[in-house]
Design a protein around this ligand. Structure first.
Ligand SMILES: C[S@@+](CC[C@H](N)C(=O)[O-])C[C@H]1O[C@@H](n2cnc3c(N)ncnc32)[C@H](O)[C@@H]1O
Length: 421
């Protein structure tokens, strides 16, 4: 027989717990002549059995049910499932903590966080020591803060020597330029030059309006200047070409010299998120394949204030060209470009942001080939020496997806006119 304090010591529980168990009928004390409680060996063993059951994660109530009758399999199965879920959660927590300590990949975490809280994610990355440029590249390219540096080094190696950094073609840029010029009497004036005439870009009617005035055009995310050179050659805009990557801008600067276009283009290294310009400074803002970086819808809203009333915004963006893409394409682009919408939706957003649609067309086949063919050739060249590169694997995957594009997605040019406020 055990006194309550002895039993408490033996099973490692407190006196009050034993009294509570007694109240529940799990154990039952006999009163001695002196009024003290005494417990039997049976009570002790019942408590040990109870503790064994509790070790399976059962609640006290569930343990009591197991002690008093046949084990309820359904109940145990439910408990097992709860435990499995808890273990999975704990494992995830463990993986995240070890990844944060640099011991694993953070890719999935970044992608999920980006989906649920994009702005907070960006701010958090900046707190981790990434500057805005790196944080945006992490968001769109490496997707993993632990592998960011290596990824970017590989990425730069892949694109080294390639001039186009996204789908686009001279003919498509010219078609959009023509749409702007022909739409605008005021702009038409300063934008004619002999090159544009040679290219048959303007008709005789618009020629009549020619004068020496010239407008200002800002190109955002100009990269190495594939569109900049076309705009400088075929229009008389005073062009500001902006990118946040100095090496791209250096390549652009170099390419302008032999074409004697240096005087026509001012180069600015800055972020599209914080444009260092005056309100209503530009007649036209031009952006080929770069608006996705801050989000095309956001770009429509944010850049409007830099465009003169009745000025233009020209941008190209990836769009769905079907309502029913294959599962493979849908899940790829959901990961890679979650803001991708249909042409109609983008136009609706543009109208809501205060633009009128002047023209909209899918980029030509040439625009895709001009980007992906040299990229594919570069991948073939680098594959043997970059076998474990994540950046190379990602670019390869994009090439595979692009090959399945037809009828499902496009790069769409939007020519928009800013409405007066
Ligand atoms: C897909 S490339 C397109 C470049 C060029 N328009 C072309 O078609 O070849 C995107 C460009 O945006 C630039 N970029 C990325 N983030 C930027 C930012 N926050 N501000 C300005 N430019 C940025 C990149 O350096 C790159 O040159």
């Amino acid at each position: 027989m055990y006194r309550i304090s002895e039993l408490a010591d033996k099973v490692g529980l407190s006196r009050s717990t034993l009294l509570y168990y007694e109240k529940l009928g799990l154990i039952s004390a006999k009163r001695q002549a002196n009024g003290y409680r005494s417990y039997s060996e049976q009570d002790f063993q019942k408590l040990k059995l109870l503790q064994q059951l509790q070790a399976g994660g059962l609640t006290l109530k569930e343990c009591q049910a197991c002690l008093e009758s046949r084990v309820d399999r359904e109940l145990l199965l439910q408990r097992l499932k709860v435990l499995d879920d808890e273990i999975a959660q704990k494992n995830q927590a463990r993986e995240l903590l070890s990844a944060m300590l640099g011991m694993g990949s953070m890719r999935e975490w970044h992608q999920a966080t980006e989906k649920q809280a994009p702005e907070a994610h960006l701010q958090w990355l900046i707190k981790q020591g990434f500057n805005e440029k790196q944080a945006l590249r992490l968001k769109w390219l490496s997707k993993d803060m632990n592998e960011h540096e290596q990824y970017m080094a590989d990425f730069e190696l892949i694109f080294d020597g390639l001039t186009r950094l996204g789908p686009g073609a001279e003919t498509d840029s010219l078609t959009a330029l023509k749409a702007v010029l022909l739409n605008s009497d005021a702009l038409k004036a300063g934008l004619l030059n002999t090159e544009s005439l040679k290219a048959g870009l303007l008709n005789t009617e618009s020629l009549k309006a020619a004068s020496l005035n010239s407008g200002e055009l800002l190109e955002i995310g100009c990269g190495k200047g594939v569109a900049t050179r076309v705009l400088a050659q075929y229009s008389d805009f005073v062009i500001t070409a902006l990118d946040n990557d100095q090496s791209n801008l250096d390549a652009l600067q170099q390419s302008l010299q032999p074409l004697t276009l240096t005087q026509k283009v001012k180069i600015v290294c800055a972020s599209m998120i914080e444009l260092p310009f005056a309100l209503h400074q530009f007649d036209v803002i031009w952006c080929e394949g770069s608006a996705y970086i801050m989000g095309a819808e956001q770009a429509l809203k944010d850049w409007k204030r830099f465009i003169k009333p009745q000025g233009y915004l020209v941008l190209s963006d990836l769009v769905w060209s079907t309502n029913d893409p294959s599962n493979e394409l849908r899940s790829f682009w959901q990961q890679e470009y979650p803001d991708m919408v249909s042409v109609e939706q983008r136009i609706k957003q543009a109208k809501q942001a205060g633009y009128e649609l002047i023209d909209s067309f899918p980029l030509s086949e040439q625009a895709w080939n001009g980007y992906y063919q040299p990229l594919q050739a570069r991948i073939y060249e680098l594959e043997p020496i970059m076998r474990n590169s994540k950046a190379l694997a990602d670019v390869n995957r994009e090439l595979e997806i692009a090959a399945k594009r037809l009828g499902q997605f496009d790069y769409q040019m939007f020519v928009l006119k800013r409405c007066s406020d």
